[in-house]
Design a binder for this molecule. Structure first.
Ligand code: FDA
Length: 307
């Protein structure tokens, strides 16, 4: 019950200001967002890749309000790519981007987001890696998929995310499960109405498995974005039945969540990619992590109350 309330709070500017300014928030935030600058994040990239993990890097930020902020988001990714170039990690460190951070919701936003994300995708390709477009709320998805298709004309390795909780997603999965595609499937983290999305966990889990089956049986490269032990097990079984070996698909989990499982899956020979977010505009990302597991909220509140 708490999840939807926290998701509604994730859109509140007033709460954003209060929570972001509270010094006690920092240690709790650090569990999920381990740095605010690229200099703080580089040692984390080096450490994770030395353990056999792969990464997808997210510079946090979304719902920006001016074209200047969108350009700054682009530049933050370009700065990250400069650092990745020096580390020479290839696809072991790719990037995840939210198009809302590149201006998608502003006037002329579709074109603006495309023009801001393209140089990032180009720069990523120039150092031998790639970009995945995150999925945000359902009203943004037609634009996201159109930008994805446009980018893939020049950079076919550009990935995208589909959300199992949306009714539309099985159709999207069928369309995307083609040779050369890279598709991450997740359950979905936004507050969506019952007119477009399943609301209950058992329904969402079943939908996830249906979508995953489509991807595994298709010709693309599935990226299994989930911490759910049952999904991890079923993904391995679906892959086996589809004749896929470890390396023909990958697991993805978020930094700070089920960390031992990251290492276990990598040791078993799977590609395991950790979604690692950093930056100063962490409020929206942080609140979605609280909403996914209300126990995180209790931990957060306890740390506030005991200060
Ligand atoms: P579920 O919520 O059922 O959790 C399974 C178990 O995982 C829990 O019992 C708990 O142990 C652990 N767990 C899950 N979330 C936790 C948390 N926050 N804190 C502590 N433990 C937690 N969404 C989206 O809408 N668009 C996107 O682009 C992405 N991108 C993305 C990338 C990657 C790599 C991942 C793993 C997830 C996303 N998501 C996302 C988020 C996704 O939609 C979903 O909200 C979370 O992954 C939680 O769902 P699970 O599949 O983990 O299952």
């Amino acid at each position: 019950m708490l999840g939807p309330v926290i998701l509604a709070a994730s859109r509140s500017d007033r709460l954003r200001r209060v929570v972001s300014a509270a010094p006690v928030t920092k240690p709790v935030v650090n569990r999920f967002i381990p740095g605010e600058s690229v200099d703080q994040i580089v040692p984390i990239i080096v450490d994770a890749t030395s353990k056999g993990l792969e990464l997808t890097m997210d510079v946090v930020g979304e719902d920006i309000t001016t074209p200047e902020q969108a350009a700054a988001a682009r530049d933050a990714y370009l700065e990250l790519i400069e650092h990745l170039k020096a580390l020479d990690l290839g696809t072991r460190a790719e990037m995840s981007v939210k198009l809302s951070m590149f201006g998608q919701a502003l006037e002329g936003g579709h074109e603006l987001a495309l023009s801001n994300v393209r140089p990032v995708v180009e720069a990523a390709a120039a150092i031998g890696t790639t970009v995945t477009l995150d999925a945000e709320d359902h009203t943004t998805l037609d634009s996201m998929f159109a930008i994805h298709e446009e980018l893939r004309k020049d950079f076919p390795q550009t990935g995208c995310v589909i959300q199992a909780y949306l009714f539309r997603t099985e159709d999207d999965a069928r369309r995307l499960a083609a040779a050369g595609s890279r598709v991450r499937v997740v359950k979905g983290a936004y507050k969506e109405p019952a007119s477009v999305a399943y609301q209950e966990k058992p329904e969402i889990d079943k939908a996830y498995i249906r979508v995953l089956r489509i991807l595994m049986e298709g010709d693309g490269y599935p990226m299994v974005g989930s911490h759910d032990p049952r999904i991890v097990e079923i993904a391995q079984e679906l892959a086996r039945r589809a004749g896929r070996k470890p390396g023909d698909f990958e697991f993805q989990m978020l930094y700070g969540i089920r960390t031992e499982e990251h290492v276990r899956l990598a040791r078993e020979g799977h590609r395991m990619r950790v979604y690692t977010a950093y930056g100063t505009d962490w409020y929206g990302y942080f609140m979605r992590r609280l909403a996914e597991k209300p126990a995180n909220l209790l931990f957060f509140l306890r740390s506030v109350l005991t200060k």
